[in-house]
Design a protein around this ligand. Structure first.
Ligand SMILES: *[C@@H]1O[C@H](CO)[C@@H](O)[C@H](O)[C@H]1NC(C)=O
Ligand SMILES: CC(=O)N[C@H]1CO[C@H](CO)[C@@H](O)[C@@H]1O
Ligand SMILES: CC(=O)N[C@H]1CO[C@H](CO)[C@@H](O)[C@@H]1O
Ligand code: FES
Ligand SMILES: [Fe+2]
Length: 427
C-alpha cells in the first residue's frame, strides 16, 4: 500500500519524519554513529584478539621525566643478570605463525642470535636458510625472490634451494661450484606454526613439537594471540610452571586489579581471588616433556564461583614450547605458548588461542586477555630480576630444582654463553 505524506502527520512518526527530513545531516551523523558502534560491537564479539606489546610497554615504571623506552634501556644496561646458564637452549622454537607467511613470501627474521630468511615455496612448504648470501653477503630476507622452491638473492641473482641450501643457479656463470651452498635450517610446520630446530652441536632433531589433532582437523579454531617482549634469560619463563608458590601470591588477585604490581596487591581486591592448584612433573617416557597440571577457580568473598573452573594440562615440550590444553563450562581448547630468544636476554613470548566452536569469541577473548594480564605480572618481575643460580629454597619449593635439572638437558657443550660483561667492571 502506498502511503501519502499527509498520512504521517497524524501518527507519532509524523513529527519524527519531518524532523529527520529537516535535519538531513543530523540523520546522517546518527546513522554513521550507529553503524560505527555496531561495527565496534561486532568486532568485540566476533573477531579474534590480537595484541602485541613492546618491551617498554610492560613492567617498567615511569619516573615522570624520561620516556619508558629510555627507562627500559637503562635498566637493561645496569641490570645484573646473574650467573646465567647458556643463553640459547637446544630444541624447537616458534618462528612465525603459518598465516604470517603466504606462498611466495620472504621474511627476514632474527632469532637465537642467527640472521635468517624464512620463505614459502610455490609448493607451499616453508623453508629457513641463513639470511646472508655466502656469495657476497647480501640479505636474502630483504628483497630476495621466491623462485619455485628456491630463493634468489637480490644482489647477483644466485638461487638457493630451500630444502638443503644448495645453489642451483648462478645467472652469469656456466658452472656452479660444489661449495656454492648456504645453510638450510631444520624447519617444521605443524598446523598454524612454523618451527625452527636449533642445536649448538649441529645434531638433527631428536623429537618434534606436539601434533594438535584438533587444530589440524578444524575442531579447534583460531581465536587470537598475544605477544610480549621480555628482558630476561629464557629459563626464567618456563620455570614459573614449577614455581607453585608464586601462583598463590603473584597470581591470586583478580585480573581487574591489573598487572601493575604496585597496585595489584592492594586490599581493595581482597574480596575476590584466583585459586590455583598445580603440580609439575617431568615425564619418564618423553625426556623432553614436563607436565604441569593446573586447576583454577575464582572465589568471591570466600565462595567459589562454579562456572569459573578451568582445568589445564600443560605439556612443556622442550625449552621454548608449551601446549596447554584446557576445558571449562563453555568447552575446550588450547593455548599455544612459545618463547623464542631474539637476543641473549630478550625473549619473544606468544600465546595463541584455539578453541571449540562452543566457546563464544568474547569468552575466548577474556581468557586470552586474562592470561596476558597474569603473564604481565610475571613480566614485571622478569624484566627486573636477576638469575639466582643457587637459590634459597625451602622444602615446598623443591620442584624448582627438579625443573632446573630437567631444563639443563637442553644445554650442551657448545651452547652459546653470554660473555661476562659489565658486571665485573667498575664504572
Ligand atoms: C579431530 O580430532 C579429535 C582428536 O583426535 C577428535 O576427537 C575429533 O573427533 C576430530 N574431529 C573431526 C571433525 O575429525
Ligand atoms: C600446514 C598445515 O598443516 N596446514 C593445514 C592446516 O589446516 C587447514 C585446515 O584446517 C588446512 O587447510 C591446511 O593445509
Ligand atoms: C611456561 C609456563 O608454564 N608459563 C606459565 C607461567 O605462568 C603463567 C601464569 O600462571 C602461565 O599463564 C604461563 O603459561
Ligand atoms: S651476494 Fe647474493 S648473489 Fe651475490
Ligand atoms: Fe607466573
Amino acid at each position: 500500500m502506498l502511503l501519502k505524506l499527509h498520512d504521517f502527520s497524524h501518527s507519532v512518526w509524523g513529527p519524527l519524519f519531518a524532523t529527520m527530513v529537516q535535519n538531513f545531516w543530523l540523520t546522517c551523523v546518527c546513522f554513521l554513529l550507529f553503524a560505527y558502534f555496531m561495527l565496534k560491537l561486532g568486532k568485540l564479539f566476533f573477531t579474534p584478539l590480537e595484541m602485541e606489546r613492546k618491551l617498554h610497554e610492560i613492567g617498567y615504571l615511569s619516573d615522570g621525566r624520561r620516556s619508558l623506552k629510555d627507562i627500559a634501556n637503562e635498566i637493561q644496561k645496569r641490570r645484573k643478570c646473574g650467573d646465567i646458564p647458556p643463553v640459547y637452549p637446544n630444541g624447537w622454537f616458534h618462528v612465525l605463525a603459518s598465516r604470517e607467511l603466504a606462498v611466495g613470501d620472504v621474511k627476514y627474521i632474527s632469532v637465537l642470535g642467527e640472521q635468517l630468511a624464512v620463505f614459502r615455496g610455490t609448493n607451499g612448504v616453508a623453508y629457513i636458510v641463513n639470511a646472508y648470501c655466502p656469495h657476497l653477503g647480501a640479505n636474502l630476507g630483504i628483497g630476495g625472490q621466491v623462485v619455485g622452491n628456491c630463493i634468489q638473492c637480490p644482489f647477483h641473482g644466485w638461487v638457493y634451494r630451500g630444502e638443503d641450501g644448495k645453489c642451483v643457479k648462478i645467472p652469469y656463470s656456466e658452472k656452479i661450484p660444489d661449495f656454492a651452498q648456504t645453510k638450510a635450517w631444520p624447519c617444521i610446520e605443524k598446523n598454524s606454526t612454523i618451527y625452527i630446530w636449533y642445536h649448538a652441536e649441529g645434531i638433527e632433531p631428536t623429537w618434534t613439537p606436539d601434533d594438535i589433532e584438533e587444530i589440524e582437523n578444524g575442531t579447534w579454531t583460531y581465536r587470537g594471540y598475544t605477544q610480549h617482549t621480555i628482558n630476561a634469560h629464557i629459563e626464567e619463563i618456563p620455570e614459573n610452571g614449577s614455581d607453585i608458590s608464586h601462583l598463590d601470591h603473584l597470581h591470586s588477585s583478580p585480573i581487574i586489579s591489573g598487572s601493575d604490581l604496585r597496585y595489584s596487591f592492594s586490599n581493595w581486591w581482597q574480596f575476590a581471588k584466583h585459586n590455583w592448584f598445580a603440580k609439575w612433573n617431568p615425564l619418564d617416557d618423553e625426556k623432553h616433556v614436563g607436565c604441569l597440571k593446573l586447576s583454577h577457580t575464582i572465589s568471591v568473598l570466600g565462595y567459589v564461583i562454579p562456572f569459573t573452573a578451568l582445568h589445564m594440562t600443560a605439556r612443556q615440550t622442550g625449552p621454548g614450547l608449551v601446549f596447554m590444553k584446557w576445558s571449562c563450562v563453555f568447552g575446550d581448547g588450547i593455548f599455544l605458548h612459545s618463547v623464542t630468544p631474539k637476543e641473549p636476554l630478550l625473549q619473544c613470548m606468544r600465546h595463541s588461542l584455539y578453541a571449540s566452536w562452543t566457546v563464544p569469541t568474547i569468552v575466548a577473548k577474556i581468557l586470552l586477555y586474562g592470561e596476558a594480564m597474569q603473564v604481565e605480572r610475571d613480566i614485571m618481575i622478569w624484566n627486573h630480576k636477576t638469575f639466582v643460580s643457587k637459590p634459597l629454597l625451602v622444602k615446598e619449593d623443591r620442584l624448582i630444582n627438579k625443573h632446573r635439572r630437567w631444563y639443563s638437558q637442553f644445554f650442551s657443550e657448545n651452547s652459546p654463553r653470554l660473555l661476562m660483561k659489565k658486571e665485573t667492571l667498575d664504572w
